[in-house]
Design a binder for this molecule. Structure first.
Ligand code: NAD
Length: 377
């Protein structure tokens, strides 16, 4: 892999490797862009087959975080880290404290959090070595489980989509199919049930499915059949890559709006296919930003009310993105990328102007003091 070319192509600022043979730590931190603020992104622990797979993953994921924070209007940049190893057998306090020292060494340019393969308790080990960590439990002053906030953001995003397509943002009586009854899926079902939606649910875990269906009067649907339902909204809340060449021809929904990450297998191709088919797609990183908003709030002293209010602002942000896509005639994921890039560019310009003005001011002061020294007898 040609590393510098790869960094230049994706616009990364910095990539740092750490090896600690005493604890077995082999980790990479990628800082994509810090124009808007320190780079925040989770730490993924995965048994990568090759080191180049780990590097590719951390570069891809850190860039995604830049876009997510920018669209959500947060003063955060994008970053991510990976620990190479088996999360079932290799986890211990020494490993995560070593990772914490690695994070501390970057002096706050990167702030970590939990991700696939890491948990709140792992982050509490990290916290013993650095303050640059989020996703700590509520009991220790952190923000705890982000899922209810992610679900709320997704719920308000659904309302924005329904308003765009049907002219009213009421979800009462709307038919909604939800794939995945995990953390986010179940909180979302509760909100939608209270809003009067007619719900269809699927999951590979029969037990989870049954308990949710009974509590919220949902219709249980076979996993393969969920794509074919004639519903107003299809909400993917399980895994990524499920909007692809196989599933798009089956879809009969008017809107896709769910919390899962990386829903489109190929962003450009499948974003365009949905536009051509007349299905409104809520870009995943816009509608599921509630989790990031939640941990962001931890940095300023966690306040639940403030986090929930900010998550509800996803309604306005998503409406802006959808309007922009309509005006430009482009697929919604392309519109959200442009929206993020424009925000970063404008703040970069502002900072440059400010630095430029400050420099002129200092130079003028230096000129004045040189003049006054010359005038002295
Ligand atoms: P989770 O692991 O709690 O739940 C995922 C659920 O999906 C599980 O119940 C699992 O059984 C089910 N599932 C797995 N494969 C499936 C399949 N083929 N068909 C149907 N169901 C299947 O995860 P979560 O925290 O609820 O997150 C759900 C999605 O939202 C993920 O893509 C995650 O990356 C994304 N997301 C979550 C948050 C958050 O705050 N938790 C924030 C942003 C994005």
């Amino acid at each position: 892999m040609d590393i510098f070319e790869s960094l230049e192509n994706r616009g990364h600022e910095q990539v740092v490797f750490s090896s600690d043979p005493d604890t077995g730590l082999r980790a990479i931190i990628a800082i994509h862009d810090t124009t808007l603020g320190p780079a925040l992104g989770g730490c993924r622990m995965w048994n990568y087959k090759k080191e180049s797979d780990a590097l590719r993953d951390v570069l891809r994921l850190s860039k995604g975080m830049t876009y997510k924070a920018a669209v959500a209007g947060l003063d955060l940049g994008g970053g991510k880290s990976v620990i190479i190893g088996n999360s079932k057998t290799m986890k211990n306090e020494y490993l995560f404290r070593s990772f914490g020292r690695f994070v501390q060494g970057l002096g706050g340019r990167y702030i970590t959090a939990e991700d696939v393969g890491t948990s709140v308790s792992d982050m509490e080990w990290v916290r013993r070595e650095t303050k640059y960590v989020t996703g700590i439990s509520r009991a220790l002053g952190g923000s705890g489980d982000p899922s209810p906030v992610t679900a709320l953001g997704t719920f308000t995003g659904m309302k924005a989509c329904v308003k765009k397509v049907f002219g009213s943002d009421s979800l009462n009586g709307r038919k909604i199919a939800i794939q995945g009854m995990g953390h986010v899926g179940t909180y979302l079902v509760e909100l939608l049930y209270k809003a009067g939606a007619k719900l269809y649910v699927s999951d590979i875990d029969e037990d989870k499915l049954k308990s949710v269906a009974k509590k919220y009067a949902c219709k249980v649907v076979n996993n393969d059949k969920i794509y074919e339902l004639d519903v107003d909204i299809f909400a993917p809340c399980a895994m990524g890559g499920i909007i692809n060449d196989d599933t798009i021809p089956k879809l009969k929904c008017a809107i896709i709006a769910g919390a899962a990450n990386n829903q489109l297998e190929k962003e450009k191709k499948h974003g365009k296919a949905l536009l051509d088919k007349g299905i409104l797609y809520a870009p995943d990183y816009v509608i599921n930003a509630g989790g990031l908003i939640n941990v962001y709030n931890e940095l300023q002293g966690y306040n639940r009310e403030r986090a929930l209010t900010q998550a509800e602002d996803i309604y306005r942000i998503l409406t802006d993105v959808l309007d922009y896509a309509e005006k430009e005639g482009v697929p919604t994921p392309i519109a959200s990328n442009k929206y993020a890039e424009e925000r970063i560019k404008s703040i970069r310009r502002l900072k440059r102007t400010f630095i430029g003005e400050k420099k002129i001011y200092i130079e003028r002061r230096q000129d004045r003091s040189a003049d006054s020294r010359r005038k002295k007898p």
